[in-house]
Ligand binder design. Structure first.
Ligand code: PHE
Length: 462
């Protein structure tokens, strides 16, 4: 079995496939996929809704154990299978239904894109709003109203969603090296610096300590099954795992890349960015009398207030949203790449046709998510607005399910030998004890843990 696998992998290597050119490029692209609206928009508002520090604690456990394990698993599948989300499984286990895991990933990516482009559209729009008169106020109620009016309208948020899709589509068309690598490499460090500036400003606000207490002083009575599932779902969403993105990126990685180390670096950096965003946002929540559980609007209310009370606030505010837009683009490139790679590799479409068809579908279906903040706010399916339904189904159901399948696949179907070879670069890396630890988690801990969290979070134990 092992011999056969190796043989087929090697022979696949000879077929020409575009990939990342340098280790720095690999790091930039994977981190560019992980860092996005998840850090600055989703992480703070979900932490706020779930009680702050206790949630952060559970999240840290989920991301550093389960999330990281799934990320390494995806890298292994992608590089060894030498194809994108669906094809990798077909190459490694031909004739078996495992490729359906990849198909589920393609569906998850699409579901996420339906509402992610809505929020990215808001962020794009706020770059321009920041420079205008709308947000130039020190009254928190006005800031709140500006957001409600904008997201509740029809054409403006739809227009921005389309701008987002066209931007991402053009980058995808440019291809892996020129498009993805180049965009992300230069821009992430700038975002990091701007977050530091925001943190300093937020920490010097009067009353900042209440916000810090909220995210760093845990009250464990707030932890429930639903909270833990939310933390697990967020950790998958954050690391862009459980949906084929990292399988696809793994397939673009060279044979000499250190997969476990790359994954660990991405996990740590990404978590750092999330916490920095939390430090920028929560002091402001308490200083200006917002509610930490305000939901998706949290970022758009607090950040304008943070910058409005400092010199050159307008410029900083616009810059903040501009860099957030860029972070969102990095994430969306990797999201859109999954269906596009599927259509080109598996269905033999041209890259242009695949990109245009995917973008059009997202524009069409995604408009229901955008409008669910306005005219469609009363339209509910399974008790949720379309926006919430896309989010819940992907993050809290599909990602954990695919996570279970991926870990079982790597731990039990590929098996220890293949995992050793792939994770140690055929023995070249000196990381054997680490790989052994990974194998233990991927085989015995991750699948049952995810399963129990999923059932418990869906209320099947109560
Ligand atoms: N990780 C990205 C973020 O936090 C979102 C994402 C999810 C990107 C899934 C790719 C795949 O914003």
């Amino acid at each position: 079995m092992e011999k056969q696998l190796k043989y087929s992998t090697n022979s696949m290597q000879t077929s020409k496939r575009e990939g990342f050119s340098t280790s720095l490029g690999v790091m930039a692209a994977t981190l560019g996929s992980a860092v996005g609206l998840g850090n600055i928009w989703k992480f703070p508002y979900i932490t706020g809704e779930n009680g702050g520090a206790a949630f952060l604690f559970v999240y840290l456990i989920c991301v550093s154990i389960v999330g990281l394990t799934v990320m390494i698993s995806e890298f292994i599948i992608g590089r060894r299978g030498n194809a994108a989300a669906v094809g990798a499984f077909k190459n490694l286990t031909p004739g078996k239904p495992w490729y359906l895991t990849g198909v589920a990933g393609v569906i998850s990516c699409s579901l996420i894109m339906f509402y992610y482009t809505t929020v990215a559209g808001w962020v794009f729009a706020y770059v321009f709003k920041s420079l205008g008169a709308d947000l130039a106020t020190k009254d928190p109620n006005v800031i709140k109203q500006v957001f409600a009016d904008f997201t509740g309208s029809i054409w403006a948020p739809l227009f921005w969603q389309w701008v987002v899709l066209i931007t991402v589509g053009i980058i995808i068309l440019a291809g892996v090296k020129k498009g993805i690598e180049r965009m992300t490499k230069t821009l992430l460090p700038i975002l990091f610096v701007l977050l530091i500036i925001s943190d300093i400003r937020a920490l010097t606000l009067p009353g900042a300590s209440a916000g810090l207490k909220f995210i760093f002083e845990p009250d464990f009575s707030k932890i429930t099954g639903v909270t833990v599932l939310a933390a697990l779902g967020l950790s998958f969403f954050k690391l862009s795992v459980g949906m084929g993105t990292m399988t696809t990126y793994g397939s673009y990685m060279g044979k000499n890349e250190n997969l476990p180390a790359t994954a660990a670096r991405v996990m740590v950096s990404d978590t750092l960015v999330s916490i920095m965003a939390g430090i920028a946002i929560f002091p402001a929540v308490f200083a200006f009398g917002f509610k930490p559980d305000a939901g998706p609007s949290l970022l758009f209310m607090t950040i304008p207030m943070v910058f409005n009370s400092m010199p050159f606030g307008k410029v900083f505010l616009a810059l903040f949203f501009m860099l957030s837009s860029i972070a969102a683009i990095g994430a969306m490139i990797s999201l859109l790449e999954v269906p596009v790679a599927y259509l080109t590799e598996e269905r033999k479409w041209s890259r242009t046709a695949a990109t245009v068809a995917s973008a059009l579908t997202i524009a069409l279906v995604g408009s229901t998510a955008t409008l669910s903040n306005g005219i469609l706010s009363d339209f509910h399916l399974f008790g949720k607005t379309m926006f919430d339904l896309f989010d819940f189904t992907s993050s809290n159901i599909l990602l954990p399910l695919v996570g279970i399948a991926l870990t079982i696949y790597v731990g039990w179907v590929l098996g220890p030998r293949a995992v050793y070879n792939e994770a140690t670069n055929e023995g070249a890396l000196k990381n054997r004890p680490l790989v052994r630890f990974f194998l233990f988690i991927v085989r015995y801990l991750a699948p049952p843990a995810i399963f129990v969290i999923l059932l418990n979070g869906l209320g099947l134990f109560s």
